[in-house]
Design a protein around this ligand. Structure first.
Ligand code: 13P
Length: 256
């Protein structure tokens, strides 16, 4: 974390978990446990159908609600899809774009990530752009190439003045849901690389203001060490965000 230049953001990605009533119950529990967060913003990325209940439950707390995906078109014949405008009207603040599960199971590409990022920004939603390499890519020595290409393509035609609304999450695919966390050094190295790519495109002032999270088996036990890295400005937390005590401990680690 480097609080002088950028906001620390702890985001829970609930994935396909929790019904609307379960969402309300978990947020009520979190509100009781998470105190006033002086140093970090807390975000919950909930399933689409949970959004109204989550926004209602979080109204009197400093918890922002995010979606986990959106379509890049504003409207049209896209059965089953959700637009940025629909999310905005509900009071959604952030939207995850390009999560590796969407890349893997739903044919998300760097190109569609870029289209979604631009639409999100035009609509007033803050994109949390996920990038990360697979184990095979890391082991064959092309991690840097993959991350650089993902970041560059995601930001194509994104004006520098919009960059303060952009959040990145480095999520190594091999660390997601596996219990294998990147070491603090690995996380710092890749978050630093993402910042360097942003710096080359948008300049140093913009690059140092962008929040870059780490995600992948982050939990109460490893949060302190990961967040101690200057270029790691928060977390995108899956499994551990479904447990109020565990998630609260991570938020507390970010507030120290
Ligand atoms: P886990 O924390 O369950 O590994 O998930 C990470 C993730 O994919 C967050 O978006």
């Amino acid at each position: 974390m480097n609080r002088k230049y950028r906001k620390t953001i702890i985001a829970g990605n609930w994935k396909m978990n929790k019904t609307p009533s379960e969402a309300k119950a978990l947020i009520d529990e979190l509100k009781a446990k998470i105190g006033r967060q002086k140093w970090c913003e807390v975000v919950l990325c909930v399933p689409f159908v949970d959004i109204p209940a989550a926004i209602r439950a979080a109204r009197d707390a400093k918890i922002a609600i995010a979606a986990q995906n959106m379509h890049y078109e504003n409207a049209g014949a896209f059965t089953g899809e959700i637009s940025a405008g629909m999310l905005k009207e509900l009071g959604v603040k952030y939207v995850i774009i390009g999560h590796s599960e969407r890349r893997q199971y739903f044919a998300e590409t760097d190109k569609t990530v870029n289209l979604k990022v631009k639409t999100a920004l035009e609509t007033g939603l803050r994109p949390i752009i996920c990038v990360g390499e697979t184990l095979e890519q890391r082991e064959s020595g092309i991690m840097e190439q993959i991350i650089t290409a993902q970041v560059k393509t995601a930001l194509l035609d994104v004006p520098a003045e919009q960059m303060r609304k952009v959040v990145f999450a480095y999520e190594p695919v091999w660390a997601i849901g596996t219990g294998k966390t990147a070491t603090a050094e690995q996380a710092a190295e890749v978050c630093g690389l993402i910042r360097a790519v942003i710096r080359a495109k948008c300049g140093a002032r913009v690059a140092r203001s962008v929040t870059i999270q780490y995600g992948g088996s982050m939990n109460a036990g490893n949060a302190n060490e990961l967040l101690a890295q200057l270029d790691v400005d928060g977390g995108l937390i899956g499994g551990a965000s479904l447990k109020a005590d565990e998630f609260t401990a991570i938020v507390n680690a970010a507030n120290q």
